[in-house]
Design a protein around this ligand. Structure first.
Ligand SMILES: Cc1ncc(COP(=O)(O)O)c(C=O)c1O
Length: 374
């Protein structure tokens, strides 16, 4: 069979499962779907602040960065942004990556070595799994948020241990038991890595993340903060010790072999974090909306308890959840179904993201629409 036949067969199998992914553009619906939790991606004030700062910098090379950070792509601006992020996240150093995907691949492919073991929660993001697959270390997954299973796997593991979790799980919206995992990491001398993609900007003092909220910044060795979600822009940083960051600069291929952020992107990071520090009311507004939606959805037995902006109804079945989402969309709400194979078969779900900018009326109307369908 030729490669073309194999590809066609795989697409047909996806179609048969009613799980074919398509790029869609839908406009005019009320946003209960995007990761723009704080409304920064649509903030005119942030847009203006970025434009104004770009003008004040008067950069001679102002469009592209022209190369890798290790060649022509580095700048005083890049280093200044990393220093500011290190102060914000209270670590020795941070290192910017072009996206959370690159940061996760860049960390996990570079740090664990042959003979070591990466222990990861079965629900971690694809980018962490891809990074682990690129490393020469062994991999063992443990059941979601299951400390006993983690401990069982730790006992089987060889070499240096790396425990990898998300602070807020992207498809369930629930929290990792960070304190308990940190204690296990300490007990077994493991390196503890936390992806804070969905807690950056939403948890902890001024959005410093869940690790910070739980006062674990000295127990967690590596944090990955992404900027494409609550921060409303793009990119990510790895936060940790100076030695760790120096190591990544030398050995992380996802950092080394790519063109650095454009100046506009560095300035966007600066402005988005300044905005986060200046808009004290935005996280409480988000939390009010999370509580409103969560307390209404809780009445459904398929609801997965969550105190994060990610609220999930575990419906089951690609067809059922697709039809449900379509009906809700027809009523004017942008919600999307999450299908298998993105989640396990039988756990296909409606994933609702609530934002600081959603009104109480919008939330109430969405809930009554869902209630009429379930
Ligand atoms: C938990 C998690 N980690 C990492 C990423 C990747 O981040 P980015 O979109 O910045 O590449 C995502 C986004 O999809 C995510 O949900």
């Amino acid at each position: 069979m030729s490669y073309k036949d194999k590809i066609a067969q795989k697409l047909q199998a996806r179609m048969a499962e009613n799980a074919l992914r398509r790029l869609t553009v839908r406009e005019g619906l009320i946003d209960f779907f995007s990761n723009d939790y704080l409304g920064f991606a649509r903030s005119k004030a942030l847009h203006t602040a970025i434009q104004q700062k770009e003008e004040t910098y008067q950069l001679s090379v102002c469009n592209g960065s022209t190369g890798s950070r290790l060649l022509s792509g580095n700048s005083a601006l890049a280093e200044q942004v990393e220093k500011q992020l290190a102060v914000f996240f209270q670590v020795e150093k941070t290192l910017l990556f072009n996206a959370g995907y690159n940061a996760n691949v860049g960390v996990l492919s570079a740090i664990p070595q042959k003979g070591d073991t990466i222990l990861y929660d079965e629900l971690i993001h694809a980018s962490l799994k891809d990074g682990a697959r690129l490393s020469f270390a062994d991999r063992l997954s443990f059941k979601h948020n299951d400390l006993e299973d983690l401990q069982r796997k730790i006992k089987k593991a060889k070499g240096d241990l790396f425990i990898v979790v998300e602070s807020i799980y992207s498809m369930d919206g629930d929290k990792a038991p960070l304190k308990e995992i940190a204690a296990l990491a300490k007990q077994y001398g493991a390196c503890f890595i936390v992806d804070e993609a969905h807690s950056t900007g939403t948890f902890g003092l001024q959005g410093r993340g869940l690790v910070y909220e739980e006062n674990l910044q000295h127990e967690v060795d590596i944090r990955i903060h992404t900027f494409g979600k609550a921060m409303g822009i793009h990119g990510a940083c790895v936060a940790g010790s100076a030695m760790l960051i120096d190591y990544l600069v030398n050995f992380s291929r996802a950092f080394i072999y790519t063109t650095a952020f454009a100046p506009h992107a560095f300035i966007s990071v600066q402005c988005a974090f300044e905005m986060l520090e200046q808009t004290a009311d935005v996280i409480p507004a988000l939390n009010k909306n999370i509580n409103h939606l969560a307390s209404a959805l809780r009445t459904h037995s398929c609801y997965i308890p969550s105190s994060s902006p990610i609220q999930v109804l575990n419906i089951g079945g690609n067809d059922v959840v697709k039809n449900l989402a379509a009906t809700i969309q027809e009523k004017g709400f942008d919600v999307r179904p999450i299908l298998s194979p993105t989640v396990k078969k039988g756990e296909e779900r409606l994933r609702i993201c609530v934002h600081a900018f959603n009104t109480q009326q919008e939330i109430a109307a969405l809930v009554s629409c869902i209630n009429s369908q379930l």
